[in-house]
Design a protein around this ligand. Structure first.
Ligand code: SF4
Length: 771
């Protein structure tokens, strides 16, 4: 029928019918779960069977390994339990442990499940892969039994990090190697294989590296945060479980954002990652459902029934009692678990998006698309009168909203935000209330902590709360960041229209201009300029462009981040700021602040020419770092740690990996930061580096120059803002062009600065002796 419809109907109609079918199935699920199941409780749809209560790992997050083997259901006993009517609707059967492969009869357990569960569709198991031969044989045989019965089969191998990181979490030396052997064997045999990474305090900083490794090798896996689980006897493991400090929580928030947007393909699991991020980085309650709240049950090796592993008591033993009364009579316990524990449970159980969630997402998406249409907003703005000039310091606004690219801020943006706020506070009549609009509030909340501005409020851009703030304020400031060709100009224009429509103040403070291509964006920026009561741009080139291109008289001031460096310079130079991941006596010679070349800097190059340039720049950096780290200690620090805008740590790890793989890890003294670093810590790293700061991110150049430390600057902006800044500062001698870098010409200059010459702080290089 479906094939006939596909042949007869146009493609769009088929796709609409498909969407309608999927939506109606979701709607029916919602009705079943929220209406029918509440009145007529459903039988379980999935069983997690803990086949044993012993393990040969010594994991940080589990104490099952301390237990001795006791009762383990035989296949016949298991069959007797599963054949009861309560389980007649079970479609999914998973075998966990302990370590299930320690049971020699594991394949037999799957055979039993297939025989006893009439609606079984899929089966799975998870293994620590320690006894690799036994694990491979047992899993292969289980997979074959399921295949022959037409039941889907998958295996998950525990993998908590690379090399020693994994072995430390698992308490078993050599386990990383055996895990990889098992993953390879299962994959080669065509078994659906994934890895499962459990995050504790000890591997939290290393999870990104595991994700890089998996992405490069096409491995699929899931990341979960270790949770207190009654069935794992892990209540005493407080040192390892959910014991993250603020920096680690933020780092994991960034990591789960990356997992959601750049790793996980399934919407259901992306939703779980969103929920984990909310819990870790924003202190929110669990926002995704859990199948154990309604459809899944746990069966232990002793035949005990539980509603879930983390928090359920044993509700009965199915070797001794019939299953249906045990299950149905105890459902109030499940309601109690939901009431008391689910909000704070971070365990990674997943449920698909509901119909309700889909509809509200769609409605909000439509609302935003209409409200923030850039072309419409630009036309609306053009009907308003131009902003009359004001003197910002004399303004007496009570309630100020700062808009811009916040929520994706780099270290430089954070410094700018600090300065914009400081200027508002230094007014004769400072505002009572300052709010920052942010695309990702959890990022900006962290910025508040890093920049010590706790009394500033954060509101999420594009929300009703943001729109309400736009109606309440008496001044809006585009604070920092370039005015460039991105659709997010729309929220700035919305705020400007709101405020200028009421006669309030609109300002642009400390921004740059460009890259700015495309009439739509040029028109939007033109309106922002025209509506402003005051425009201050952060470099002469931007000010000149504004004058010529937009006929707008602007003030050319220095980058606001300069004020921040001035404010913290004494503290930083006094060595009063500790640098994360660097032990107090662990000095380093060269601090690097490198970024990946991204498409917006392609200029007029074709994609293939730009890719050629990108590769040659990367190769040149690897060669420079290789030579540097042969004799000097080199540390790479991130100016940006968020996936959006390119996390510098991903690039740094790749460079370090290439250097150490080429030369042997133990022959090189080079390391990249794993955790996010604050602007003050980045400045401290520049001050602490004994020879040189090798800068690439624009604000790393500005930081080094304003701090007065020896540095060289790689101009990835190709004559843009880095060149303009160094020219203004009369420091063009510090500039390295991409061509110089890619051709290898720059290498000797960099090595010379690191090995021989003294780059006089804040001044020109002294004459070099021979190397
Ligand atoms: S406590 Fe709640 S969320 Fe956690 S596993 Fe149990 S039912 Fe699921």
């Amino acid at each position: 029928m479906r094939t006939v419809a596909k042949r007869l109907l146009p493609g769009r109609a088929v796709s609409l019918i498909g969407t309608a079918r999927r939506l109606s199935s979701l709607a029916w699920n919602d009705v079943q779960d929220n209406v029918i199941a509440k009145r007529f409780p459903q039988k379980p749809r999935a069983i997690s069977f803990m086949a044993n209560d012993i393990c040969n790992s010594k994991c940080q997050m589990c104490l099952i390994w301390e237990r001795k083997r006791d009762k383990e259901l035989t296949p016949a006993e298991l069959g007797g339990i599963l054949a009861q009517p309560l389980f007649s609707h079970v479609a999914d059967f998973g075998i966990t442990g302990g370590e299930p492969t320690l049971r020699k009869d594991l394949p037999e357990l799957f055979r039993t499940a297939i025989r006893s569960l009439p609606r079984l569709q899929s089966a799975s198991t998870i293994t620590n892969a320690i006894r690799e031969r036994q694990v491979i044989d047992s899993v292969m045989e289980s997979a074959e039994i399921c295949r022959a019965a037409g039941v889907g089969f998958s295996v998950m191998v525990s993998l908590d990090g690379l090399g020693d990181v994994h072995d430390v979490v698992r308490g078993r030396r050599g386990n990383f190697k055996t895990a990889m052997t098992c993953i390879g064997a299962f994959t080669e045999a065509g078994i659906a294989t994934s890895f499962g990474c459990t995050i504790t305090k000890s591997n939290a900083a290393d999870v990104d590296e595991l994700m890089d490794f998996a992405s490069e090798r096409g491995l699929y896996g899931r990341f979960r945060v270790a949770e207190f689980i009654d069935r794992l006897y892990n209540a005493p493991q407080t040192e390892h479980i959910r014991s993250f400090d603020d920096r680690e929580r933020y780092h994991l928030g960034l990591f789960f954002f990356r997992a959601e947007h750049a790793f996980e393909p399934h919407p259901t699991h992306r939703k779980t990652y969103r929920s984990i991020r909310g819990m870790l980085a924003e202190g929110k309650p669990r926002s995704t459902g859990c199948p154990y709240q309604s459809k899944n049950v746990v069966l232990t090796a002793r035949g005990e029934l539980l509603f879930c592993s983390p928090k359920s008591p044993i509700v009965g033993n199915l070797l001794e009692q019939p299953a249906e009364p045990v299950y149905f009579n105890n459902l109030p316990i499940r309601d109690e678990i939901r009431e008391k524990h689910c909000d704070d449970c971070i365990h990674d159980y997943h449920v698909p998006e509901t119909f309700q969630e889909k509809v509200s997402f769609y409605k909000e998406h439509r609302r935003r698309a209409r409200k923030y249409d850039l072309a419409r907003l630009t036309t609306e703005a053009s009907r308003l009168p131009s902003g009359a000039p004001i003197v910002p310091t004399a303004n007496a606004s009570r309630d100020v909203l700062i808009v811009g690219w916040y929520g994706t801020e780099t270290a430089g943006d954070k410094a700018i935000l600090w300065s914009v706020i400081e200027r508002l506070r230094r007014r004769a009549s400072p505002p009572d209330r300052i709010t920052v609009a942010s695309f990702h509030p959890f990022v900006t909340e962290r910025t508040k902590a890093e920049m010590e501005i706790p009394d500033v409020e954060v509101v999420e851009t594009y929300t009703h709360a943001f729109e309400r703030r736009c109606r309440e304020i008496d001044e809006v400031v585009i604070g920092g960041g370039p005015l460039m060709h991105l659709d997010a100009l729309d929220h700035m224009l919305h705020a400007f229209i709101e405020i200028r429509g009421r006669g309030g103040t609109a300002r642009i403070d400390g921004c740059g201009l460009g890259p700015l291509v495309g009439e739509k964006y040029l028109a939007a920026v033109r309106e922002l300029m025209r509506l402003s009561n005051h425009v201050s741009l952060r470099d002469d080139a931007s000010a000149k462009w504004a004058g010529e291109g937009f006929s707008r008289s602007v003030e050319s001031s220095c980058d606001p981040a300069v004020d921040y460096v001035d404010a913290v310079r004494a503290e930083v130079l006094a060595g009063a700021v500790t640098i994360p991941e660097v032990a107090p006596n662990d000095g380093f010679d060269v601090a690097c602040f490198l970024r990946e070349m991204t498409g917006e800097y392609a200029g007029s190059r074709s994609p293939s020419k730009f890719e050629e340039l990108r590769r040659s720049v990367e190769q040149a950096l690897v060669e420079v770092l290789d030579d540097l780290s042969a004799e000097k200690t080199v540390r790479l620090f991130p100016m940006h740690t968020f996936t959006i805008g390119n996390d510098d740590r991903v690039f740094a790890r790749r460079l370090v990996r290439q250097v150490t793989e080429q030369a042997g890890a133990d022959l090189r003294t080079i390391a990249a930061s794993k955790l996010p670093t604050t602007p003050k810590e980045l400045l401290a790293a520049m001050a602490a580096s004994r020879r040189l700061s090798l800068c690439m991110r624009f604000h790393s150049v500005l930081f080094a120059e304003c701090l007065g430390v020896p540095y060289l600057a790689i101009d990835y902006t190709q004559g843009g803002k880095i060149h303009a800044f160094l020219k203004e500062r009369n420091r063009l001698d510090r500039l390295i062009t991409l061509d110089e870098l890619a051709s290898g010409e720059a290498k000797s200059r960099i090595l010379d600065a690191a090995f021989v010459s003294e780059l006089r702080p804040g001044g020109l290089a002294l004459g070099a002796e021979t190397r």
